[in-house]
Design a protein around this ligand. Sequence first.
Ligand SMILES: Cc1cc2nc3c(=O)[nH]c(=O)nc-3n(C[C@H](O)[C@H](O)[C@H](O)COP(=O)(O)O)c2cc1C
Length: 507
Amino acid sequence: MSIIRFSGKPHFRLFVHPDQTVVARADGRFVMRNLVGDWKTPYRTDTEWHCRLMDALQGGASFAGIRDAIRPLLDEEQTTQALEQINDLFVGEVVVVKLAPQGSGPLVALAPHGVAYTPQFAPVADAEKLALSRFAMLRREGGRVLLETALKPYHLLSETPEADALLGRFLRGVRVSEVLSQWPAPAREPLRDLLALLKHDGILLAADQASPGRRDEGAALAQWDVHDLWMHGASRLGYTQMGYGEFGGVFPNIGRSEPEPAVRPAWDGETTELARPDMEKLYAEDRPFAAVQDERRTLRTYDEQHPISAEQLGHFLYRSCRILFRKQVPVVSSRSDTPGKAVLDLAWRPYPCGGAGYELETYLSVDRCAGLDSGFYHYDAARHCLVKLRERNAEMDRALRIAFMATGLQARPQVVLHIAARFRRVTWKYRAVAYSGILRNTGVLYQTFYLVATAMGIAPCGLGAGDIELFRKMTGLDPVVEGSVGDFGLGSLPADYRAQSRETWFT
Ligand SMILES: Cc1cc2nc3c(=O)[nH]c(=O)nc-3n(C[C@H](O)[C@H](O)[C@H](O)COP(=O)(O)O)c2cc1C
């Protein structure tokens, strides 16, 4: 099954993808040229039917039109095979399918996301009222109107202002007959096909189902928040519309902006040197990894008589997130829109990090810590010191309260670590996966914090709630440049920690 399903519908026509150019090369191949380079097609310039196929695609042709063009040159079976190969061109994001009713130019393009797709059509009645699913997004991109949805392997691009208006009507919900009657008669059935396709794919729903009540979305979909499903779909291959090597570490900003330095410029402020552990001694004497891993657990009570100490904090930060070494690495972008070279500045830390971007910074709201004043600090990982950014104030108190609430009012961490990301370290290099990658790296850091705390005999607690706006107020940082992405509670180990049941948090 494939887009060959469009073959009985002459108003769905195949065109070369707008981001591709077909080049006939002297070596006897047709080549598709796009942002990231050339892709040699299996089509040869010395084969008549290949030439006809390429000609047909350039100007846009229905399956029937292509069949008519190539049939005189091939037998029945070869013709069928040739048409099936067009599916590979669609999956390869080389052709798009456009809805182009007779007598009119294309209205809407259906652009693939690099995976097989079989169009299917649900019946659409005149009296039916349809509206966009809450997971469909209608937005402007590159001066065109784009309709995409979280979990479908294609997006739609409107080709005319009339088609923009048509798609816009479904934001509020509209009766099918009302929409179709505004189009000339030859366009109505083709447009009904488009609605039928969108209805089948859950992009258009019966208007009552598309309401925020979520009643009829189905149990699984109803539980998803829009932003979560979007991020899921947009950050994995298959449903993201990033094609042509746009996905992943493609360095889209080479030549457009300079990469951020690996080491965050130091904050101004009073510094406190931190203790460093004797690593050689730890190599020989630290608790065995098997015991650390086995005994790692979340603890939500502390020894309040003996709060965590500045020395412990120093050792903890040193072991989990100090800078180990710095290195410059040359990188090259082969994309035609951002060709060029750059030098990546990298600074390794003890935990793994996607692309070695090491975008994460640690800030500390220190409530109770022996040997360290309460206040708000930044951990300067290069110098292994704390820089005091603020005296304790109402905002920091609120940050501590949010941590307390995150533990279900069970623990008031003595120190809350706020993990912030310097987003441009990642967005400069990656497309589609930048933010999901940052959250992955944050999870890696959580586990590193957990293991180091366990090895050291400190009480760790991952925290799932933090406040971006509060962090902005506490730091004065622009939240799209450097913003909080995670939080972690620490405190001194209570004497009876072994007796505490892991299940208490849920009771
Ligand atoms: C990403 C992440 C977020 C967490 N968020 C919270 C939280 O907000 N509050 C809390 O009390 N515990 C939180 N935890 C701790 C988990 O509840 C705990 O890891 C889980 O119950 C398993 O128990 P264990 O860590 O003792 O093995 C979090 C843990 C992780 C990894």
